[in-house]
Design a protein around this ligand. Structure first.
Ligand SMILES: Cc1cc2nc3c(=O)[nH]c(=O)nc-3n(C[C@H](O)[C@H](O)[C@H](O)COP(=O)(O)O)c2cc1C
Length: 199
């Protein structure tokens, strides 16, 4: 049975990136009626920043962990398990202050686990989360795609690639703060691109 993990990283429960990701999930459900959907919504369940103590807990033997470290590792394990189970990842990606949401960075810090999601070899780092499709729905107030000011695309691709996810496609909804008409046009185009991606 196939599994989709939807990650919504908007601050808002009805963010534009979340709506695009939701639409993709709807399309995916139509095509995979027996599939399983896991939803991780940061607006509803915030992701804490990684702390030095939690990070030390990742490397410690289970028996040596403090209760706080054990809780932090259990939380990280839950996020990693969701990601490992997924055949498809649908990520809602807003642009906030010229970068990815800080909650998504915190999520990345919790799923980058040495020996579990990646490992270092003599040939360099090897990602262990392979064979997944990642579909990313990027919502932005301004226009960045294809320019050096797009700090998100290369960074997110690089991070996912480090964990072994190479099949990554982006759909952009840009200019959402540039007036009603540009916004509507951008959303219509993004919905069409998303529908195309889902077939
Ligand atoms: C805190 C905050 C910071 C933002 N910073 C930017 C920015 O740097 N560049 C931009 O183009 N849009 C910016 N925007 C607009 C968002 O990218 C836009 O509203 C988009 O829809 C956000 O996705 P969401 O609706 O899924 O949250 C910002 C919005 C917020 C709330």
């Amino acid at each position: 049975m196939t599994t989709l993990l939807e990650i919504k990283s908007s601050l808002f429960t009805d963010g534009q990136s979340s709506r695009l990701a939701d639409r993709y999930v709807e399309r995916w459900r139509e095509a995979n009626p027996d599939g399983t959907v896991i939803v991780r919504d940061f607006a509803r369940d915030p992701i804490p920043h990684l702390t030095a103590e939690a990070f030390a807990g990742f490397a410690a033997e289970a028996a040596a962990r403090t209760p706080e470290q054990a809780a932090a590792v259990a939380f990280s394990d839950t996020l990693v398990d969701e990601l490992a189970r997924a055949d498809v990842v649908a990520l809602g990606l807003p642009m906030y202050n010229f970068g990815i949401p800080s909650s998504l960075k915190a999520y990345f810090d919790h799923v980058a686990r040495s020996g579990i999601t990646f490992r270092y070899t003599a040939e360099g780092p090897e990602g262990l989360l392979t064979g997944k499709q990642v579909r990313i729905f990027a919502a932005r107030g301004g226009l960045y795609s294809g320019t050096p000011r797009d700090t998100q695309t290369a960074y997110v691709r690089n991070f996912l690639g480090f964990l072994g996810m190479q099949d990554v496609a982006f759909v952009y909804a840009e200019g959402l703060a540039m007036g009603d008409e540009p916004r509507d046009q951008a959303l219509t185009a993004a919905n069409a691109a998303l529908d195309e991606l889902a077939v």
